[in-house]
Each structure stands twice: as structure tokens, then as C-alpha cells.
Design a protein around this ligand. Structure first.
Ligand SMILES: Nc1ncnc2c1ncn2[C@@H]1O[C@H](COP(=O)(O)OP(=O)(O)OP(=O)(O)O)[C@@H](O)[C@H]1O
Ligand SMILES: [Mg+2]
Length: 323
């Protein structure tokens, strides 16, 4: 029997209705998740941010200095509420440390803390380097530097490898770094209540940078040193990176990691926690390859999927050492 077209049309309509209803249900299911995500974007409390800072491995002196700074700012705000004299202080900071010692991570948390206590309106972090500050021709640099500052108003302007701005570190030819530093100093003063500038980089080169302009060093409230991590700290950092990403390091991996970090060449270019991160990421790839070659790869449980083995780590280290 041939189906009558209107019957067929009804069937299609019904099927369409069913799909639509299912989609609605799925959307309802998702709503709490969407709401949760919205909450995540809400500002965190000081305690939550402080807890994340505390969870970083090592960095005791850095944590201590930040705690001191925050205590000072909170009391300062309370004094102000009582109409007591306001000690006007610059909050600009210098972060001295080798690559991968946690400078960017701490700067981001610091910005959030400033936001949380209301010292800065937004508490965001704008990260720039020389290319974001220095222009190609006369006049271009001041405009570019000012633009970077404007973007950071209400938050933290984090200038990575700030020494690249000082003249002695530049190649031949155009030297607009000086112009950038001069503009920056001026803007740091103009916006002292709306902006915190953090300049960061290798300790030796930062020394040079701070000496490159007579008025520069005195504009910063504190110089915070980020020490290199020792082997045990790098092991703990790798474990934390794994934990945060829903992995676990299997049996014997602690000893394996110790050997890997002991052997790593600690030249000036050593990546510290960045090396630990690369090692972990590389090991996670090795684990995936190992698991996919497993005949039972289609039915792996959580245990297998989450565990990184000593051999994964050793293979990862070999790859990294080959560069
Ligand atoms: N103390 C720590 N505990 C846990 N993880 C850390 C710690 N320090 C750094 N890390 C992790 O190591 C990575 C590199 O850190 P970060 O980018 O903050 O270093 P950096 O000093 O800014 O490096 P660079 O000079 O290369 O920019 C990040 O993934 C960060 O989460
Ligand atoms: Mg960084």
C-alpha cells in the first residue's frame, strides 16, 4: 500500500517534535552546568586566591612578602574608612627570577588579590613584552606604551623581560626602548592608584635595567626574588601538575623524577617549573601512545587512563633532552 502524503508529513512532524522535545530536555540538563560555569567566572574571595597561592610549591619568601603586602593594604583601607591619615605608597613591583620560576603565575594571583580587596577595580593581568611597548618609529613608542598602560588600568601591567627595554640590551639602530621606559615612568606616576606595574626578568639583566635610568628603581615598592627550584620541589611541582590535570604518577615515579631532575643541565636557560610542565605533558603523550598500543585499549578503566609510569617519564625526558 502506498502511504498517503499527509500521513507521511504527520510522521515527519511528529519525529521533528520528538527531536525538539529531546533537545529541550538536554538543554534543561545542561542548565545547571551553564549556571555553574557562570559562577566560576565570578570573582573569587581573598581566601580562595590565597589558598591557590599557598598551594604553589616552595616560594616561601615570595608568599611571605605577598602576605605582608596584602595585610598592609587591607589595614590601609580600614584606616581610610576611619578617616585616618593615608600613607600614599606606590605598589609597583620588580620580580627577579629565571625562566619558569612562577613569576607569571604569581603576578596573575596578585592581580586577582588586588581586585578582591578593592585596591584595583578589575584585577586583571595584561602581559606585555618589548614588542608590545616599543614602536618602529619616532612617536610610535610613546603611543604604544600608553596603549599597553591603558589596557591594564584597573589591573596589573606585567612587563616580561623588561630589561629588553633598556638601551644596552638592544641591537644596533633604533633605540626606542629609552622612550618606552620614560613614558612608562610617567604613566606609573599618573595612574598610581589605578594600576600596578610589575617588571619581570632574569636577575642579572633586571639589575642592569633598573640602573639604566636614574629614577627607575625608586619607583618600585619592592623587589621580589624568585629562586630556582631544587630537585625535590620540581618533583612536587610535577606531581601537582599531574594532579591538577586528573593524572596520577605511578609507583616508583618519585625516584625516577629525582634522577631526571638531577641530570638536567642547570644552565641559565634551564626552564625550572616550565621544564617540569613540558616533562609532564610529554609523559602524558607517551602514556597515550602506550595505552593505544595496548590490545585492550578500547576498554581501559580510570586507573589505567590516569596513571603515568616511570617509563613514560623516562621516555619524555629522553625526548626533551634531544631538544
Ligand atoms: N611553585 C609552583 N608550584 C606549582 N606549579 C608551578 C610553580 N611555579 C610554576 N609553576 C607552573 O610552571 C609553569 C611555568 O610558570 P610561570 O609561567 O609562572 O613561570 P615564569 O617565571 O613566568 O616563566 P617565564 O620566565 O618562562 O615566563 C606554569 O605552568 C605554572 O603553573
Ligand atoms: Mg612568564
Amino acid at each position: 500500500m502506498v502511504r498517503r502524503p499527509d500521513k507521511l508529513a504527520k510522521k515527519i512532524r511528529d519525529a521533528g517534535e520528538q527531536v525538539r522535545r529531546q533537545a529541550e530536555i538536554r538543554l534543561d540538563d545542561r542548565l545547571p552546568a551553564i549556571a555553574r560555569r557562570k559562577n566560576d567566572a565570578e570573582p573569587r574571595t581573598m581566601e580562595e586566591i590565597q589558598a591557590e597561592l599557598d598551594s604553589l610549591v616552595g616560594l616561601e619568601s615570595v608568599k611571605e612578602q605577598i602576605r605582608t603586602q596584602m595585610a598592609f593594604l587591607q589595614i590601609k583601607a580600614q584606616r581610610k574608612e576611619h578617616g585616618m591619615a593615608d600613607v600614599s605608597t606606590s605598589q609597583h613591583l620588580v620580580f627577579m627570577g629565571n625562566p619558569g620560576t612562577g613569576k607569571t603565575t604569581v603576578a596573575r594571583l596578585l592581580a586577582e588579590m588586588y581586585g578582591s580587596i578593592g585596591m584595583l577595580e578589575k584585577g586583571h593581568l595584561v602581559e606585555v613584552d618589548r614588542a608590545g611597548m616599543v614602536g618602529q618609529y619616532v612617536g610610535h613608542t610613546a603611543a604604544k606604551t600608553t596603549k599597553a598602560v591603558k589596557k591594564a588600568l584597573g589591573g596589573v601591567l606585567f612587563i616580561d623581560e623588561a630589561y629588553a627595554l633598556s638601551p644596552q640590551n638592544m641591537g644596533l639602530g633604533n633605540d626606542f626602548g629609552t622612550e618606552s621606559v620614560e613614558t612608562l615612568i610617567k604613566r606609573m606616576e599618573d595612574h598610581r592608584n589605578e594600576l600596578v606595574v610589575v617588571v619581570a626578568g632574569y636577575p642579572k639583566l633586571m639589575e642592569k635595567f633598573l640602573k639604566s635610568n636614574p629614577g627607575l628603581r625608586s619607583r618600585f615598592a619592592r623587589e621580589i626574588t624568585f629562586p630556582d627550584y631544587n630537585d625535590a620541589e620540581l618533583v612536587a611541582i610535577t606531581e601537582k601538575l599531574a594532579r591538577d590535570a586528573d593524572y596520577r604518577l605511578g609507583e616508583g615515579t618519585e625516584a625516577t623524577l629525582m634522577v631526571i631532575f638531577e641530570r638536567a643541565a642547570r644552565t641559565e636557560a634551564f626552564g625550572n617549573a616550565r621544564y617540569a610542565r613540558n616533562l609532564f605533558e610529554q609523559a602524558a603523550s607517551r602514556q597515550a601512545v602506550r595505552l593505544s598500543e595496548d590490545p585492550a585499549s578500547a576498554t581501559l578503566g580510570m586507573e589505567a587512563l590516569s596513571t603515568i609510569s616511570s617509563e613514560d617519564l623516562r621516555a619524555a625526558a629522553r625526548l626533551l633532552d634531544q631538544g
